[in-house]
Design a protein around this ligand. Structure first.
Ligand code: ATP
Ligand code: MG
Ligand code: ZN
Length: 423
């Protein structure tokens, strides 16, 4: 794998200066476009004139924030719109430059869908916007502060960014309950996004209860039968159809009931990605043997590559322990191990999850390595460190690996995860 990535619903920016336009990167080509307009050229306005993060074109009364913090003696401070710019964040002169009748502030107030319409002829801007629309974020305005996005929106924003950023490499994506809070229609969009990742050659593992997502999976791993000490066992594994036929599988029972109620059969919302299911794909799988993280009882499971796998089961059955604390943690650890000692000290510990071996994390068509490990369970956490951030860490010393976080971490702990180049 080139990269191991978790994508969760943690905030995508800690400051209100980050927004969908900056996060997806469309603001850069939009600013280029504005700076290239005859009106801008005549006035000598460059690209930075259209940024609210650098002095030049932004409103200096609020520093481009669009709002001011008012301290109240006994109460929490409140933010009020800047009276100078009225919350537009720019100087009046900056807003006199228009593209098709819209100023840069007008553009930031547009939804992704409206902006897509406006910039249809500019692929660099339209492409990321298209992905936002496809993934169900058509209604989000480009300038909405990232801090105000809901967890589900933040997660889809990250997925949208992944979808347009990685056309080739093989990555392993791990998501914990991504449908939480989503409407049925949005679930279908999310499933479509996963299928797209798989089409691009990535491997996706999702912890989920949502039946539509489960039915779209190529492979299902059901843990249980209960939570805590009564959980951590493999109850069923296979295609959704195989789960349905498995006696004693609570998920199978639900699927059978669903089939009866839908009468017409269990139509998956989207086509399966692996024709014939994981059996065919078994030659290329991440195999986990003897996983004992937390309550996992030494289970053996296979995760087909280039496919969508759903891990399901009751609360406390060990789903997150398997997906994040075992597979993700091991992927990250192997990446960190491949780095220099100096780089490693900034990337945290290299805890081995308690698992006998994990094969198949390597890039395809190379022989696999095995790992025999037995140390105590690691703490939960880290999401992803990119090759870039770790390199930067190497350079930046104590500033650490906390550069750009496209992911957050489980349990609210921190950021950046890693991309194993060699495992
Ligand atoms: N860091 C930890 N140390 C010790 N035990 C843990 C730790 N994290 C989880 N557990 C325990 O391991 C078991 C499995 O937890 P896990 O988080 O994997 O469950 P889950 O299947 O993801 O549940 P949910 O659907 O509620 O998220 C639980 O009994 C939990 O209390
Ligand atoms: Mg969980
Ligand atoms: Zn202002």
């Amino acid at each position: 794998m080139k990269d191991v990535v978790t994508v969760d619903g943690s905030p995508i920016g800690r400051t209100p200066r980050s927004n969908p336009a900056t996060y997806t990167g469309v603001l850069t080509p939009i600013r280029d476009l504005f700076a290239a307009l005859p009106e801008a050229k005549m006035r000598g306005y460059g690209k930075s004139r259209f940024s609210f993060n650098v002095a030049g074109g932004r409103c200096e009364a609020c520093g481009g924030g669009g709002a001011k913090l008012v301290e109240l003696q006994f109460l929490a401070p409140v933010t009020v719109p800047c009276e100078e710019c009225g919350g537009h964040r720019f100087q009046a002169e900056t807003l006199e430059v228009h593209y098709k009748g819209k100023s840069i502030a007008d553009v930031l107030a547009m939804t992704a869908e409206e902006a897509l319409e406006l910039f249809r002829d500019h692929p660099k801007i339209a492409r990321p916007l298209e992905v936002l629309v496809e993934i169900g974020l058509a209604y989000v305005t480009l300038g909405q502060p990232s801090t105000t996005l809901s967890g589900g929106e933040a997660q889809r924003m990250k997925l949208a960014t992944e979808l347009q950023r990685r056309p080739g490499g093989q990555a392993l994506y791990l998501l914990d309950e991504p449908t939480t809070g989503l409407h049925l229609a949005d679930v279908a969009r999310l499933v479509a996004a996963f299928q797209k990742l798989v089409d691009l050659g990535h491997t996706v593992v999702v912890v989920e209860h949502n039946l539509d997502l489960l039915l779209a999976a190529d492979h299902v791993i059901e843990l249980g039968p209960e939570g805590g000490a009564e959980g951590g066992r493999l109850v069923a594994e296979g295609t959704p159809e195989a789960i349905e036929r498995t006696k004693g599988s609570p998920t199978g029972e639900v699927l059978r009931a669903l089939r009866r109620s839908r009468a017409g059969g269990l139509a998956a919302p989207v086509e399966r990605t692996v024709p014939g299911g994981p059996r065919q794909a078994a030659a290329s799988a991440i195999s986990i043997r003897g996983a004992r993280t937390h309550n996992l009882q030494g289970i053996d499971v296979d995760v087909p590559r280039d496919a969508l796998t759903v891990v399901t089961g009751p609360s406390g059955s060990g789903k997150s322990s398997l997906a994040l604390d075992t597979i993700y943690t091991e992927g990250r650890r192997r990446f960190v191990e491949s780095l220099s000692t100096y780089a490693r000290q900034f990337l945290g510990t290299k805890d081995r999850p308690p698992v006998d071996r994990i094969d198949g994390l390597r890039r395809r068509r190379r022989s696999t390595t095995t790992c025999a490990c037995s140390s105590p369970a690691p703490g939960r956490g880290i999401a992803r460190t990119t090759a870039r951030s770790s390199r930067r860490a190497t350079r930046a010393g104590s500033r650490g690996a906390s550069s750009r976080s496209s992911t957050g971490a489980r349990a609210g702990s921190s950021r950046r995860s890693r991309s194993p180049r060699r495992s």
